[in-house]
Structures are given as structure tokens and as C-alpha cells.
Design a protein around this ligand. Structure first.
Ligand code: HGY
Ligand code: MN
Ligand code: MN
Length: 439
């Protein structure tokens, strides 16, 4: 990346909007399922409270608000209706990110993008636009409650699998039950999906969650692609035994086998350039200090820009797990395997985002995303693009997450300019938008 130039201080209105964005992130952070830390799960009471507060802000901004049957909160700003005869029916530009969090989260992952989208719509309140805009607060992007990421955005994109309704959360509650308890209709999810023909594209603003922009001294950057992900749940099955009477060479210790494998996960991750391999969850049974573990259930998260590198590393690790299980006299099973290919961003929308950064007197930057985002699911619906906001602490999925108000102002200014460019590309108004946006 070329050396950075200090961004022009945001104009007072962008700065005021940015301050409101941060205040709203603070307010939504109070809606948590775990007092004392930020944990907002899919369709929980905390999510219901967060929706209620956000709904109020959307209504105050003049949006028409609905909750779809997958639990996404959607505020629509309609296109200008005083258009010349013969103008084609307006399509909708989708903006937004997710409202759910990981356990003990920061206050900006997901929420920041929804608040910046709302702020850009508020900034354009007096300007007629040739397209509808939907500000979307997606549900269950993280996949914490039902171990299925992008569940809300998959529903919006029309790729929701009704089989997911049978997934259970840690308490044994089914997804179907959780949706019904929230007052929604799981049988109507499919009909809520957007029609691709009506969608201009989806654009997400998100905290970078990494160090690239901060080390380059840049306030923001346009995402080039989102890394592919292998997300698995696996299990080692041994035999519980008395910790005092069972000789070491007569054990079928599931957790010992898992431990040997976890060391290999880290070694393979370190040995394969740019691969990221993580075991984030371990559940042990029966879980008593004086019983040799009979069960060890683990998550595996493997990511890389190149799908073939990721898939061969994942296959290699599963093969090694089988060998370790054999050595340890236990059984190895794969319980769930999700393969999410890498997602390239749409060139035309990304070019428009770069142009909008220049409109906001910012030097464009480009970078890949190691984190997954709702744009992954929305790419099934139409063109997608992402704008990252500098993450000064590069500490995300953690309460230390933070952003600078000037960087938020830069993102609001960029997104506002971006919307103007797309609108101009539709109705041919003076602004020479960067390329026609089309499917
Ligand atoms: O897991 C991820 O990359 C994202 O935070 N959901
Ligand atoms: Mn996240
Ligand atoms: Mn996120």
C-alpha cells in the first residue's frame, strides 16, 4: 500500500453522524444475554430488546421497518417517486451487517456496519434517490447459538435450508422452536427472500478486525475477497475409566487423543503459509477429575484465500486425526462439516466504493478479509462489496474492540458518496459514477 495521507478532518455533519453511530453502538451493547459482558445470541431476549431500540431509530429516520421470518430487522427507505415516465422500476440497494455477537464480544463487530448504513441514509434524507435502500440488521451471522453462520443472510439471499430448522442449541431447543418463540413463522422464511431481479447489490461496512489498515495508517479500505472457511465439529470417542485404578497403557483416553491432534492443528497452521487453523471449542465427557475422558468433542475452523490449499490442509488434518485415534485406541468421527468457498467482491461495486473514498478525499486502499461476513451469503443474491473501517487495536471478538470517531466519519462519508454514485449511475444525473452497476 502506498504511504498514507492524513484524511481531511471529516466535515462537522459527518463527524456528528459518526458520534451518533458510536453512541448507538454503546446503547445496543447494553442489550446482552450475559450481564457484565456483551453476548447477544440469535432470537434471544437481548436481541429482541436490541431490535426494539434499533427499530425506533429506523422509524425516526423515516424508514419503514419489518422483521423477516428469519429474524432479520429491515428498514426501507423508498426510491424517489417523481421519476420520468418510462423509468424502469427502482431496484433496492441492500446495506447492513449483523446484530448478533460472539460471547464476550466487542461492541462494533457487525453493529458498527448497521449503524453506519443508517447514518448514511440519514445523511441523504433530503436527496431523492433512484433506488430503494434497505438497511438490514442480520441475525445469526456468527452462528454461535445454532452452529450455522450466516443463517439470517442466507434466508435473505434465498439459500436457507429448511433442514436447519432441526438444529438444536446447547439447551436442546430447536431452531424452529426459537423462531416460533420470537413470534416468527419458520414456514414463511423462503417467501421473505429477496428477488435477485429486484436487487442492485449488497454492500457491508465492517470493522477490519485485523492489523492491516492500522499498520498502513489508513482509515478505511475496500475488501478484495473474503477467505474461504472449513467449519467442522469432530469427536474422539474412547472409554471412561477410573483415573486411579486404570493403568496408563490400558486407557482409551479421548481427551489425550484430542490433545495430540490439537497440537498438530497448530503445527499445520503454522507450516502452511497464510493458513489459519483453530480449535475454538472443546467439550469433554463425563468431565470429572477422577474419570478418564470417554468423549472429546471439538470445533475446527480452517481458512485460506485459496480453496484448494484450505481443503487439502483440512483433509490432511482429518487423516491425521484418524491415525492418532488408532494409536490411542479410540474412535474419530466428523459430526458436521461446512465448506464455505472464498468470496470475491464485485468489481463494479468495489470500483464505485474506491471512487467514493476519493470523493471523501480518502486515498483508497484494498485488502482481503480473513473474517467471514454476511456478504459471503449475500453473494448468492447479487453483486457484493465491503468497506473496512480501521481497527486500531486489531482486537476483535474481544471487549477491547475499538474504533476512532474520525475513521467512522470517513466511512459514513464514503458510504454516502457511494450511494450517490450508484444512484447517479441509474438516473444519469451529473455525477459520473464508476461504471454501471448491473448483475
Ligand atoms: O468467524 C468469522 O470470521 C466472523 O466473525 N463471523
Ligand atoms: Mn464476528
Ligand atoms: Mn462480523
Amino acid at each position: 500500500m502506498a504511504p498514507a495521507t492524513a484524511p481531511r478532518p471529516a466535515d462537522p455533519s459527518a463527524h456528528a453522524l459518526a458520534a451518533r453511530v458510536l453512541d448507538r453502538c454503546d446503547r445496543l451493547a447494553r442489550h446482552t444475554d450475559e450481564p457484565g459482558r456483551i453476548t447477544r445470541l440469535y432470537l434471544s431476549d437481548a436481541t429482541r430488546a436490541a431490535h426494539a431500540e434499533l427499530r425506533g431509530w429506523m422509524i425516526d429516520a423515516g424508514l419503514t421497518v419489518r422483521t423477516d421470518n428469519a429474524g432479520n430487522l429491515i428498514g426501507r427507505r423508498p426510491a424517489a417517486d417523481d421519476v420520468p415516465d418510462g423509468t424502469p422500476a427502482p431496484r433496492v440497494l441492500l446495506l447492513g451487517s449483523h446484530l448478533d455477537t460472539v460471547p464476550d464480544a466487542g461492541r462494533y463487530d457487525g453493529v458498527l456496519g448497521v449503524m453506519i448504513a443508517l447514518a448514511a441514509v440519514e445523511a441523504l434524507a433530503a436527496e431523492p434517490l433512484a433506488m430503494h435502500i434497505d438497511v438490514v440488521g442480520f441475525s445469526e451471522e456468527e452462528g454461535v447459538r445454532f452452529d450455522r453462520p450466516y443463517l439470517g443472510s442466507a434466508a435473505a439471499a434465498g439459500t436457507f435450508d429448511p433442514g436447519w430448522l432441526r438444529r438444536n442449541d446447547a439447551s436442546g431447543a430447536s431452531l424452529q422452536w426459537a423462531i416460533e418463540r420470537f413470534g416468527l413463522d419458520p414456514t414463511a422464511i423462503a417467501q421473505d427472500a429477496y428477488d435477485p431481479a429486484e436487487v442492485l447489490g449488497y454492500t457491508e461496512v465492517h470493522l477490519e478486525q485485523g492489523p492491516v489498515l492500522a499498520s498502513a495508517g489508513r482509515p478505511g479500505g475496500v475488501v478484495t475477497a473474503i477467505q474461504g472457511q472449513s467449519r467442522l465439529r469432530v469427536r474422539f470417542v474412547g472409554k471412561p475409566a477410573h483415573a486411579g485404578t486404570t493403568p496408563m497403557d490400558a486407557r482409551q483416553d479421548a481427551l489425550a487423543a484430542a490433545a495430540h491432534w490439537m497440537v498438530r492443528v497448530q503445527s499445520v497452521g503454522r507450516a502452511t503459509g497464510d493458513l489459519r487453523a483453530t480449535v475454538g471449542q472443546v467439550e469433554v465427557g463425563p468431565g470429572a477429575r477422577n474419570v478418564v475422558p470417554g468423549i472429546a468433542e471439538l470445533s475446527l475452523d480452517v481458512r485460506h484465500d485459496l480453496d484448494d490449499v484450505r481443503r487439502s490442509a483440512t483433509d490432511g488434518l482429518l487423516h491425521e486425526a484418524g491415525q492418532i485415534a488408532e494409536d490411542q485406541g479410540v474412535r474419530f468421527e466428523v459430526l458436521d462439516a461446512q465448506d464455505q468457498p472464498a468470496t470475491p467482491m464485485d468489481p463494479a461495486l468495489s470500483q464505485a466504493l474506491e471512487g467514493a473514498m476519493q470523493d471523501a478525499d480518502l486515498e483508497p486502499a484494498r485488502l482481503p478479509s480473513g473474517a467471514g461476513h454476511d456478504a459471503v451469503a449475500m453473494a448468492a443474491l447479487g453483486p457484493v462489496a465491503m468497506l473496512f473501517v480501521r481497527d486500531p487495536g486489531a482486537a476483535s471478538h474481544h471487549p477491547d474492540e475499538r474504533v476512532e470517531v474520525e475513521d467512522v466519519a470517513a466511512a459514513v462519508g464514503t458510504l454516502t458518496a457511494y450511494i450517490r454514485r450508484l444512484a447517479a449511475a441509474i438516473d444519469g444525473s451529473p455525477h459520473d459514477a464508476a461504471g454501471k452497476v448491473s448483475r
